[in-house]
Design a protein around this ligand. Structure first.
Ligand code: GTP
Ligand code: ZN
Length: 368
């Protein structure tokens, strides 16, 4: 890459057009003006990229050629390698997920919160948990949540959009990063985004009356620029994310269980931490019951995908005494030393990246 190349981030995709926000500074030799405020160009994708099957996603860092400064047009000539890829919403190079919940109205439900946390953990991205509407609960209640969530391994930010409390610290967490906002409906995500990016109201208002509608009825994703630097994407509102991860990975999405596994390992390398002998995870921790329920769901999902579990499957269907059927791992004694957490994380990351790559390509394919 040479210095004079124009680099930008794709902030919106519509049909075959890409809105690209250029990185500063922009060198324009031979021109006597330098656009510094709204450095966005509407771009097409070079035929060469189409030929090699190179898709362009929101969040992609791209090289832009032949800028037309008057019409604000250009062409995407190259997509730089992605750091990360998120499947839903489809955004490249996301740094973190901002999970927003309300402390009241609607009341904070530990079960629903855990589902979202597990889903967010499964992306392998950094996670920032933000609890809104702190104006509706007492200081004591807030402390109770803080202590409870600490046991789960989280240090949430308590905020109130209405009272404009705690937002500064949150703002700091969002600086110069690409963040995807997620959370159930009614918790104040739109209020928060409007507060962080005052100009967003106008822009979204052009699409629909209420901020949510236009974005949520289509699969349209857009990155909005924070006034102090950084990009924010909203994700479609859903109240009950499905748990479709690998059953064996599920435990690593519970920070408090990760701690247990870091101290001691289970006897069987493919332990699902239910009733296997000498399990290091099973025991007296608050969300263990959640883990078991989520595990059943993940196993059911896997069984649905596989339909006919074959010889290669690591799970066997077992009839329990009470007549219920349950999938159980075929137990294998450990042959190798347990991989380090770092290694494990890398493997998860690889797995996630490969999986999401497929899904995203499918998703983008569907769009065309
Ligand atoms: N008391 C209080 N109410 C808030 C706060 N933030 C938002 N609200 C209110 O909560 C309600 C829901 O806010 P929204 O911003 O629409 O929530 P959302 O998460 O975007 O919800 P969906 O549009 O359904 O996805 C609105 O009536 C807001 O005025 C807060 O800090 N305190
Ligand atoms: Zn175990």
């Amino acid at each position: 890459m040479i210095n004079s190349e124009l680099l930008g981030t794709v902030v919106a995709v519509q049909a075959n057009f890409y809105q690209v926000r250029l990185q500063q500074p922009v060198e324009m030799s031979g021109l006597n003006f330098l656009p510094t405020d709204d450095l966005a160009l509407l771009c097409t994708r070079r035929t060469r990229l189409k030929k090699i099957g190179q898709k362009v996603m929101v969040g992609d860092l791209v090289v832009v050629e032949e800028p037309d400064w008057l019409d604000r047009r250009g062409a995407i000539a190259e997509v730089l390698p992605r750091k990360t890829e998120l499947q839903r919403p489809p955004v490249a190079n996301v740094d973190q997920i901002l999970l927003v919940f309300a402390l009241e109205e609607p009341g904070l439900d530990p079960w629903q919160l855990s589902r979202f946390l597990v889903k967010a953990e499964s992306t392998g991205l950094d996670l920032c948990l933000c609890l809104n509407k702190s104006d509706l609960i007492s200081h004591q209640e807030q402390q109770k949540w803080q202590i409870g969530l600490q046991k789960w391994g989280y240090a949430p930010l308590f905020i109130s959009v209405v009272k404009q409390q705690g937002i500064e610290l949150l703002y700091h967490h969002l600086q110069n990063k690409i963040t995807v906002v997620a959370g159930p409906s009614g918790v104040g995500k739109s209020s928060l985004i409007n507060y962080l990016i005052p100009s967003i109201d106008l822009r979204v208002g052009e699409v629909s009356g209420k901020l949510q509608r236009g974005r949520h009825t289509t699969r349209h994703v857009e990155l909005f620029e924070l006034p102090g630097g950084g990009l924010l994407a909203d994700s479609p509102g859903f109240n009950q994310p499905s748990l479709n991860c690998q059953p064996s990975d599920l435990i690593s999405y519970f920070p408090e269980a990760r701690v247990r596994l870091a101290q001691q390992s289970c006897q069987f390398s493919n332990c699902l931490h239910r009733d296997e002998p000498n399990c290091a995870v099973r025991g007296d921790w608050e969300r263990y019951e959640y883990y078991l329920k989520f595990l059943e769901e993940a196993i059911a999902h896997q069984a649905e995908q596989q339909k006919t579990p074959d010889e290669e499957s690591s799970l066997k269907l077992k009839m329990k005494r009470d007549g219920k059927r349950q999938y159980e791992p075929k137990l294998e004694t450990k042959k190798y030393r347990r991989s380090s957490r770092k290694q494990k994380h890398q493997n998860l990351q690889e797995l996630y990246e490969n999986q999401s790559l497929k899904d995203i390509y499918q998703e983008v394919e569907d769009e065309y």
